[in-house]
Write a protein that binds this ligand. Structure first.
Ligand code: CTP
Length: 421
């Protein structure tokens, strides 16, 4: 057991083993944690006991295994409240759909769920279940709620499952879980901080990213509105790329006709004011990316009746300025995302205007693009962008919007590492 680096020396892990075929991997997980110097106590659920025995867990952890909420012996040795708090981190592996549902809803009808409710420590979940169960709206909801409550996730991975199906739902491998444990214990706030672009996937895993996309529609009357040509393609592509990199993404979109990205939480809005409210509700986040083409103005005093022609002169409107969502998020004194990224759609003096916008809006990075006639950027599928920050300008060649998104997400991961390490 002495070969691995003692990166978890003295750290106390409470491992909850749920009922799934992946429970066999948890035995290896215990070995890997102990090799790194961690003390491991294990809790085995009744369903978990169908897959592995308390004896194997006790032998590998070197500690008694806890199974019963009402065990007098356990309670005299170490009460369940103390058990839930004496650890540095609680790891649930495999985290079954049932355990997640209980934890998300605050149920406490067995030892595992009671510990999850009673703890004051971070919880890291390694989900394992059938792909349909993982993608079921109930599980998606439960995972989102757990994340919002501060739980960390590792996996699940894609792959072939014991049930013969293929897809997301395999429990992450023991060494990946060990890696997540190490990072969860290192970081006061959120997960990992490796330092190279090659590891960006793990940098963003479990991070919260809030993105705005698309145009806003500002009503003139109940049937008419002011809009712009934004298709939402760039913002949606960024959301997809961030979700693929393992981030927990909330995409706040104005009205668009493109499909929702897979695996992100969607918030659909109409107006700039709705968008601001949705952004505020989605905070806190590690990264905020304002890719929406927010209308600068709205019509004052929109009434409930349709405007009628006939009086000769057309109607006149008073336009009032909309809230600037990017500037608002950049200036948050409490809970400002570590990285705030804005876009600058310009027709003239691209870089000068982008630099001015960076300063005016107080963000960390501006993605500037030329939207003058003939560039096909607004509503089109490709984009030439320049990244403008305090450190200077980085220009990218003409790329399709998916590639811009992929590179931008990678860049954000790098900047996040710089800002938080
Ligand atoms: N933005 C925002 N809220 C607004 C207006 C803009 O969040 N009410 C964000 C956009 O999402 C983008 C950035 O600010 O990330 C710049 O948007 P842009 O329309 O280029 O700039 P404006 O603020 O409208 O400035 P100007 O009209 O001078 O170009």
């Amino acid at each position: 057991m002495a070969q691995a680096e003692q990166s978890l020396k003295g750290r106390k892990i409470l491992l909850i083993v749920g009922g799934g075929i992946a429970a066999y991997k948890s035995l290896d997980l215990v070995r890997r944690l102990r090799e790194r110097g961690a003390h491991v106590r294990a809790v085995l659920t009744a369903a978990g006991r169908q897959f592995i025995t308390p004896l194997s867990l006790a032998s590998l952890t070197g500690n008694p295994v806890h199974e019963d909420l009402f065990s007098l012996t356990d309670e005299t040795e170490m009460g369940h409240i103390e058990l839930s708090r004496s650890a540095d981190l609680i790891v649930v592996a495999p985290a079954t759909a049932d355990l997640m549902a209980k934890a998300a809803n605050g149920l406490a009808n067995d030892l595992a769920s009671t510990l999850l409710l009673a703890t004051d420590k971070k919880i890291l979940l390694a989900p394992a279940m059938n792909v349909r169960m993982w993608h079921h709206p109930a599980t998606t909801r439960n995972a989102a709620r757990l994340r919002a409550d501060g739980a960390l996730f590792i996996g699940p991975a894609d792959g072939e499952m014991a049930c013969g199906e293929f897809g997301a739902g395999r429990m992450s491998e023991p060494l990946e879980i060990v890696d997540a444990v190490t990072q969860a214990l290192q970081s006061e706030t959120w997960i990992p901080l490796p330092a190279t672009a090659a590891q960006n996937g793990s940098v963003l895993r479990g991070r919260r990213v809030v993105i705005t996309s698309g145009p806003t529609h500002e009503p003139i009357d109940p049937v008419r509105y002011i809009a712009n040509r934004s298709s939402g393609r760039q913002g949606h592509a960024i959301a997809q790329a961030a979700a693929r990199a393992g981030a927990h993404v909330t995409l706040i979109s104005g009205p668009v006709s493109i499909p929702d990205p897979v695996g992100v939480e969607m918030r659909k809005v109409e107006t700039a004011q709705d968008m601001l409210a949705a952004v505020e509700a989605a905070m806190p986040a590690d990264i905020f990316i304002a890719a929406a083409a927010v209308a600068d103005w709205r019509v004052e005093g929109v009434g409930a009746s349709k405007l009628k022609k006939g009086s000769g002169a057309g109607p006149s409107f008073k336009l009032i300025e909309n809230p600037d969502i990017l500037a608002h998020v950049s200036s948050l004194s409490a809970g400002r995302p570590a990285l705030v990224v804005g876009f600058a759609a310009e027709t003239d003096h691209l870089l000068d205007n982008a630099r001015a916008k960076l300063a005016r809006k107080g963000c960390d990075l501006i993605v500037a693009n030329d939207v003058s006639t003939g560039t096909d950027v607004m509503g089109g599928t490709s984009n030439t962008v320049h990244l403008v920050s305090q450190d200077g300008v980085e220009s990218w060649p003409l790329l399709d919007k998916d590639e811009v998104a992929r590179r931008l997400v990678s860049k954000c991961a790098e900047l996040l590492v710089e800002k938080t390490s």
